[in-house]
Design a protein. Structure first.
Length: 481
């Protein structure tokens, strides 16, 4: 409580000298109090940052280091392979490529010779092995003839894809794309692998040329993927940072459980989304993580928010700030998803009473939460301009209130997933590529990778053979229906 000058004079019994010292002391105390409050808010923010991990924030699991964070997944799930799974047991074949006979020549009991005794049967065991790889060289020859009428020399033409005296073929192109965008190997290691297997070592420039040729072959396949996603009622979208040509760029994804469409761009927002050629024309529901760019007025799709992100944020606020409302909201979302899963397994909608109860409980939790986040320490504004600074809990509470319908949409729409993990899984290989191979040297190279990766990811989702499909695409054959 701040003392008035009259109160100070009363305490000092009218002694002005003592009152002057008292005023100076109060000024110092007031200044220190403000500094302490400022430092407490700063310490609170730093402690929050220090305590963040992949379970209570949007930080990736790779940033957790050697710590083992608390697992938020619910126990009691199914274990092992799904029912009816064929497994991967190595089974013998009826027609082996080679048969090696091992003779029994002597009786182990009496040492009698068995060389002339008739064989009564065989016991067999089979070895599955890879033969040494070899390069098959095909020579193309065009005929030359002299016209007997005019004497002009004539010759046939080479196929359009044969443009040099010697060149690598479709197998090398498919393998290069496979190793580059599926096994995530850098060009130097791809060249070394070819040298180890075949004694032929393509240069990095040759490998880049093969990748560009393969990318052009996959252009129509990419359009097939885009068209297929347009027909889906729900898609997942996300974006991740990517180093290209020494600068930070972004890789965007639109996907579902059967199709993947990736695109690279210098920016993260709506300009990048527009150039991917999907969201401006899509009219279904988009599952995303509440990036403001998805809420632009010129987009006409519906919204569903990723609840996995919200669970992590609630966990962080419950851990750091001790807010009861955040824990209650996390429990509500988890319980609601359990009820939804059970209803979807039984192919039935949730009862109206359950929906009403969940909606009312949602509102009640946020109403009680206002009292808790109103007392949060908030750092001071750096200047007079800009919006009022709110605490993490207040910002989350506001987002939960504004986007309630998009957050709870999974309750009444069976096409809506609980989270956006599908898109995150489809982007994860971009980060793996960076960790294994490093940053992309050029933007053109990144475009080649994301197109090839889009096709490979789609092939994997649809249980199609990757390498054989790439060969067929290089030959101009359709590989996705």
């Amino acid at each position: 409580m701040k003392l008035t000058p009259q109160q100070v004079n009363t305490i000092c019994k009218g002694d002005q000298e003592i009152a002057g010292y008292f005023h100076e002391l109060l000024t110092v105390v007031d200044r220190q109090s403000k500094q302490i409050e400022k430092l407490e808010k700063r310490v609170n923010e730093l402690e929050r940052q220090l305590g963040q991990n992949s379970n209570n924030s949007s930080k990736p699991p790779s940033s957790d280091g050697l710590r083992k964070p608390t697992n938020l997944r619910q126990s009691g799930g199914k274990k092992g392979a799904p029912k009816g799974h064929d497994g991967y047991t190595l089974r013998s074949v009826d027609s082996p490529d080679e048969i090696v006979f091992h003779q029994v020549t002597t009786c182990t009991s009496c040492s009698h010779s068995l060389e002339t005794v008739t064989v009564e049967g065989y016991e067999k065991r089979q070895i599955f092995d890879l033969p040494p790889p070899c390069v098959r060289v095909t020579e193309h020859r065009i005929e030359k003839k002299c016209c007997p009428y005019c004497g002009l020399e004539q010759k046939a033409t080479f196929p359009a894809d044969i443009q040099a005296p010697t060149q690598y073929g479709e197998g090398f192109a498919a393998w290069t794309a496979y190793l580059h965008a599926y096994q995530m190997l850098p060009l130097k290691r791809i060249a070394q692998l070819f040298a180890d297997l075949t004694t032929y070592r393509p240069s990095e420039a040759t490998l880049l040329s093969l990748l560009q040729t393969m990318s052009r072959s996959l252009e129509s396949v990419e359009q097939t993927i885009r068209s297929a996603l347009f027909r889906k009622a729900t898609v997942n979208v996300d974006e991740t940072g990517c180093r290209i040509a020494g600068k930070n760029h972004w890789v965007h994804v639109v996907s579902n459980e059967h199709w993947t469409l990736l695109g690279a761009h210098q920016k993260r927002g709506s300009q990048a989304m527009d150039e991917l050629g999907f969201l401006p024309f899509y009219l279904g529901t988009v599952v995303h993580d509440c990036l403001p760019a998805y809420f632009k007025d010129f987009y006409y799709f519906g919204h569903a928010l990723c609840n996995a992100h919200l669970l992590r944020e609630c966990q962080g606020i419950a851990e750091h700030d001790g807010h009861a409302w955040a824990k209650q909201m996390k429990e509500l979302l988890q319980e609601s998803w359990k009820l939804t899963q059970a209803a979807r397994r039984d192919r039935r909608p949730l009862a109206a009473a359950i929906l009403d109860k969940a909606s009312k409980r949602y509102d009640d939790i946020l109403e009680r939460g206002k009292d808790e986040w109103a007392n949060d320490a908030v750092r001071a504004k750096a200047g007079p301009r800009g919006r009022e600074i709110k605490s993490k809990a207040a910002n989350l509470g506001e987002r939960l209130k504004v986007h309630k319908a998009s957050i709870l949409r999974f309750l009444w729409n069976a096409d809506i997933p609980f989270d956006n993990n599908q898109a995150e899984r489809d982007l994860r290989m971009v980060k793996v590529k960076q960790k294994v191979s490093g940053a992309f040297r050029t933007f053109a190279g990144a475009k080649v990778f994301v197109r090839t990766r889009s096709v490979i990811s789609t092939l994997l989702k649809q249980d199609q053979p990757v390498l054989a499909s790439l060969v067929n695409a290089f030959r101009g054959h359709p590989i996705l229906g």
